[in-house]
Design a protein around this ligand. Structure first.
Ligand code: ZN
Length: 188
């Protein structure tokens, strides 16, 4: 059963009753920050509340494990746009403990794809087009490793200006407690 109808019904009354009023803001992040975090469902409301962020305060980009898998992929593009077009001055990479990307095995994911009906032929076609599926689907051994990698890739990106601070943090997905792993420094 699709959730679509239920959502459309709710949405109609949300708009009619002007429940959007308390969320009104513009496209520029008031706190001049961009967050890259994980898509984990426990963080949906917890992360902004635990950081005292309201609608309009920050750009939030989500990716499984807060991983930036390519320096010229869509995550990095979003960060660059947030910096140059939307005025962000600080980047917060926020991983979390108990992340689903910890120890994620590409072999297991690909096996589930096979069981869901994706044929070996399709897998081979992808592999032959130069995509390394096992590398692409790989998680990390520890969340710290994932955060350090993402921070390093962003920090060293050739298009990121020197005055942007890139921080690395890890959140407890139950309590919202943040641990600072890397405090961003201005580049020389
Ligand atoms: Zn996660």
């Amino acid at each position: 059963m699709s959730r679509l109808q239920e959502i459309m019904n709710f949405n109609r009354s949300f708009v009619e009753e002007a429940q959007y009023e308390e969320f009104r803001t513009d496209k520029f992040p008031d706190k001049k920050m961009v967050i890259l975090t994980c898509m984990d469902t426990r963080l949906v409301e917890l992360l902004p509340k635990a950081m005292s962020l309201r609608n309009g305060d920050a750009k939030i980009i989500k990716s499984a494990g807060a991983i930036v898998s390519h320096p010229f992929g869509s995550i990095m593009r979003s960060i660059i746009v947030a910096v140059y077009e939307l005025g962000a001055k600080e980047v917060f990479v926020i991983g979390h403990y108990d992340c689903g990307m910890t120890g994620l095995s590409a072999v297991d994911v690909l096996e589930k794809a096979r069981q869901s009906g994706i044929s070996n032929e399709v897998m081979q076609t992808v592999a032959h087009s130069g995509i390394d599926l096992e590398r692409w689907l790989k998680g990390f051994d520890h969340v710290q490793e994932g955060v350090v990698k993402s921070v390093s890739l962003i920090q060293n990106h050739p298009l990121l200006p020197k005055n942007i601070l890139v921080h690395g943090l890890i959140m407890d997905p139950t309590t919202g407690k943040l641990d600072v792993l890397i405090e961003g420094q201005q580049k020389e």
